[in-house]
Write a protein that binds this ligand. Sequence first.
Ligand code: MSP
Length: 517
Amino acid sequence: MGKTFYITTPLYYVNASPHIGHAYTNIAADCIARFERLKGRKVFFLTGTDEHGEKIQKAAQNAGLSPSEFADKVVVHFIELWKNLSISYDDFIRTTEDRHIKTVQSVLNKMRENKKLGKGKFLHWYCVPCETFWTKGDFLDPKKADKCPSCNRNIEEIEEETYDLTLHDQQGWLRDYINQHPDFIQPQIRRNEMLGLLQQLLPDYFCVTRPKSRVEWGIELPFDKYHVAYVWFDALINYISAIGYPNDLDKFRQHWPVDVHIIGKDILRHHAIYWPVMLHSIGLELPKTIFAHGWWLIGEEKISKSKGNIVDPSVIVEKYGQDPFRYFLLREIPFGFDGTYSEDALIGRLNNDLANDIGNLLNRTLTMVERYSEGKTPQPFIIGCAIDDEGLKTLALNLHKGLDVSFDGFNFQEALEKIITLANKANKYIETQAPWNLYRSKELKRLNTVLYNLLEVLRILTIALFPFIPHSAKQMWEQLGIDTELEDERFESLKKWGLMRPENRVRKGKPLFPRIE
Ligand code: MSP
């Protein structure tokens, strides 16, 4: 069996329920996974939860539960949300699972055997919410080293004994690697940021453990019972533990190297520097691409639990449905940029694009098929007004090329613009062809051709929309009366015209995207 397309999301901390930022990453990754499946590739899509470390230990304490009871409670919210958002993951990994713990321990053993692990006493600053170590060089003004350079929350200066991997001597090969692999870190602005970081001197070491005296809730080192793995070191290893490293190397080789890690920009350094150094130290290939997306903000502020401005995705889904939410997040901003979240903007997208452009097109077309063609797909006759037909047909048959280009650049917004342009063209086609006049003047051959063309465009639109709004696309498919499974459709059928079967009965249903006033 050939290599799969392997895509991952970060593992979410289970200190609190998921919010819109978490939903965003999973929706984006799901959209890519579905697009790749459409292209006929075998996909392995991994998500999961990050369950160890000081932050979770403290959250559990505050809730009066043991960390594992606490994690068991919170993980349910993630699983439930992914179900309600149609996230089509192939595996869900929790860092407290045995399969993961064993891999982390064997990676530690291997690093030790390879003489990569040192041990020393370190003085540094630690941000518990980010679970991140900082050193002097990370602060603009080292005298004011009391706020986390990433999240600006209070940090503590700590001195502790840890095992470590050297960093300063890795800088050269990593910089060369990034320079030679333009697709490795995306988008460009993030790549430049990492290259900038690698121009300066990195800290000498990267700590990979925490003393148990300070953090109990972690994976114990196989060779030192007084230390546990540092939570980031533990969590990053999920990307290989879930695919069988090191015990099932056949499975592992089917998936590794990962095609893309989708992450947020705040955790780029962990993925683009620490993770490659870890992989290098055990002789594994680096990821093909790490894509860091931007943040959802409310006003100027990042949406996050500590800011108290959480938008609960399950409430939005309950109120507007999963697909308007998915559509909004993918359509509103170019992937990689920050965006401002507001319910008004979501309603605007729902009303304009989904209700007016897509929903209306489906509804009007099916109403006309019911009225003028006894509810069945008509037999087309290629006569008259050929110029108008050609314009529509060409745009529809070129959509696949546009989608390819946009997905190559992780540009969901652009892909959706192309889809909406086609829907608009079809809506205009209805106006210019005025099927109601053709019916009145009994130009039935022309009428049938026009209706057939509209159904064909709807078939193509539905397939193209499937990665973005899978639940509604399935309902569209159903209403078009196509008997095959939408999941089984392949990209190839976007390149063909004339696949709707005449005589097939359409099944017009309720409007899919009712307008919100
Ligand atoms: N547990 C680590 C990741 C380990 S991966 C091996 C972690 N977890 S997290 O729950 O804090 O964040 C997970 C992801 O959510 C990150 O990619 C982060 O960027 C993303 N988001 C959190 N808030 C966000 C927004 N407001 N907007 C968009 N995404 C943001 O970090």
